[in-house]
Design a protein around this ligand. Structure first.
Ligand code: NAP
Length: 282
């Protein structure tokens, strides 16, 4: 059987690494993975790489994804997150390859306390969000065979994420503040990876929100992590995240409901399995 050639761009990053590992276990795929050695801001480099690799699918995991860094380095943020995405979209289209592009819930401002679906118009506030939204627009405009993925509060192995923050506090017996007015849905990185792999052969295109079902506040999440891991849940102290308004980056997976291509679990299901897995390793 002819294998699908998948080129993972930004494969030294967190999502890129997890995706490459999972793809390599599947014999349906021939996997090419690159890090910075193929600079996505260099159009010639992308064209040359495509001539050599001849991918059927390009997954763009390359990004400047540290929001604080983006705020201080606007030119670099837009160069990688917007122009890099533009280059990959243009070249993938020219060879009739599909592009799967990783984006973020930060394209939404966090204002208006209702779940945002794929048809809501983003109004990003941060440079990170603005540059990622510009990247999304290039991808949409330049390659009709596109899939844009947004997720929220992502956690996973080897991450400096909220789960590891809470557990590191708990191990030291330190209490910490957790906001009652920050709302979203924690999503396991390998769940996103699973979704991407499922979508590679599908003829479904457009924007997909890939967030766990349900919702919680940071405080509820901290409390749940502590309880699941067997720590004292009162170490988490309810506080306000600052400002007068609730900040909600809750995503609704409306495209999944419309197409029926995938079903996300409730947020605590993956979280519980993840924490159980950590306990076994520890
Ligand atoms: N909430 C959400 O929806 C959410 C959460 C997490 C991630 N994401 C998205 O998922 C994607 C991957 O995130 P991540 O956490 O895995 O990011 P990451 O760990 O920061 O990895 C980014 C990757 O991009 C590479 N890179 C940076 N500039 C490059 C360039 N000019 N050319 C080629 N490669 C370049 C990096 O290389 P180096 O390792 O050499 O720096 C790294 O391999 C991003 O698009 C991010 O926005 C979304």
């Amino acid at each position: 059987m002819l294998k699908t050639t998948v080129w993972v761009v930004g494969a030294s990053g967190r999502v890129g690494k997890a995706l490459t590992t999972a793809l390599k276990k599947d014999t349906d795929f021939k996997v090419i993975s690159t890090g910075r050695e193929v600079d996505i801001t260099d159009l010639d480099a992308i064209e040359q790489a495509c001539m050599i690799y001849r991918p059927n699918v390009i997954v763009n995991c390359a990004s400047i994804s540290n929001a604080d860094y983006c705020e201080k380095n606007k030119v670099e943020a837009f160069r990688v997150n917007a122009i890099g995405a533009r280059n990959l979209a243009a070249v993938s289209s020219s060879i009739n390859a599909k592009i799967i592009h990783l984006s973020t819930d930060d394209v939404f401002s966090g204002e208006n306390n209702y779940p945002k679906n794929e048809f809501d118009i983003p109004t990003p506030k941060s440079i990170y969000g603005q540059s990622k939204y510009a990247g999304e627009n290039f991808v949409r405009d330049l390659n009709t065979k596109h899939l844009i993925i947004r997720s929220s509060w992502v956690y996973g192995e080897d991450w400096e994420d909220y789960v590891s923050y809470v557990l590191s506090k708990a191990e030291k017996g330190e209490s910490f503040e957790a906001a009652i007015d920050r709302i979203s849905s924690p999503t396991y990185m390998n769940r996103i990876v699973d979704f991407i792999i499922k979508m590679i052969p599908e003829e479904e295109y457009g924007i997909y929100h890939v967030a766990s079902e349900g919702m919680c506040t940071r405080y509820q999440l901290a409390n749940t992590i502590l309880t699941m891991a067997g720590y004292d849940p009162t170490l988490a102290k309810a506080t306000s995240g600052g400002g007068s308004a609730v900040v909600s980056t809750l995503l609704e997976n409306l495209m999944m409901k419309i197409t029926g291509v995938y079903q996300m679990p409730e947020w605590h299901v993956d979280l519980e399995n993840y924490i159980k897995g950590m306990k076994k390793e520890g």
